[in-house]
Design a protein around this ligand. Sequence first.
Ligand SMILES: NC(=O)c1ccc[n+]([C@@H]2O[C@H](COP(=O)([O-])OP(=O)(O)OC[C@H]3O[C@@H](n4cnc5c(N)ncnc54)[C@H](O)[C@@H]3O)[C@@H](O)[C@H]2O)c1
Length: 255
Amino acid sequence: MKLQDKVALITGGGSGIGRASAILFAQEGAVIAVSDVNEATAAETAERITSAGGTATVIPGDVSNTEGARTIVAATIEAFGRVDILINSAGVATRHAPEGATFDEAWDFVMGINLRGTVMMSRFATDEMKKTGGGAVVNLSSIYGLVGRPSKITDGYDPYTHSKGAIVQLTREAGAKLAPDGIRTNCLCPGFVHTNLTKGISESPETLAYLESLTPMGRFGQPEEIAKAALFLASDDASYVTGAALSVDGGYVAQ
Ligand SMILES: NC(=O)c1ccc[n+]([C@@H]2O[C@H](COP(=O)([O-])OP(=O)(O)OC[C@H]3O[C@@H](n4cnc5c(N)ncnc54)[C@H](O)[C@@H]3O)[C@@H](O)[C@H]2O)c1
């Protein structure tokens, strides 16, 4: 068991990479605070964990505003007394912006959840980690935090790309600055992964084939493959790793 008795707070825990991480971490002995803006899907994840003999509680909340993030961390402390691991998996794609949103509104929407949410959750959770001698934060960046998008799918001003690039820098900044507090901060840079986030694009056979053709391994990843990398970064196996951006992308950024 790599995470015996650790308390893991996982945002976006109701779906995709967050859900797969919650389930895997519970199998590795962690108790899980499953947080999501969607309470019903978070409850489903928690039910899967508890019905397999694990421990989980549901913490509904919106990471995109300061009070929401503060409340999620406070509720985790109330439930389990501490937080050892934070996985910042709550996130949206630009096409999830409210219908009819202007460019400015869509930009604020994406940055608010992906970047602001990651920053606020990290601040409040690491304040708690400092009290107990340390912890580990894993942020979800993307291949598009490391490289630009193909011109076919962007006009050059996509806030998703902006938010994911900033998460790499947040990771470096926090990774270095919080090292003396025993807190490691790393990020994952996944390629295309089959989750609800990519459903809208992978449902089109032409788009799926195009995106697969951009990936050296020729396929999308599964959320469980990202969760295994999150487990590495969250566990003592990564005891000398901080401020790093780990690509888990079928070779996308290596080409
Ligand atoms: N799927 C991919 O191909 C891929 C690739 C690279 C990076 N990522 C990143 O990984 C993370 C997880 O993505 P996923 O593919 O599992 O997506 P997903 O859509 O399956 O899950 C994201 C979860 O975040 C939740 N969420 C959205 N807004 C929220 C908010 N304001 N507050 C709290 N929760 C909120 C959603 O309800 C959902 O349950 C995201 O940050 C995403 O950008 C995904």
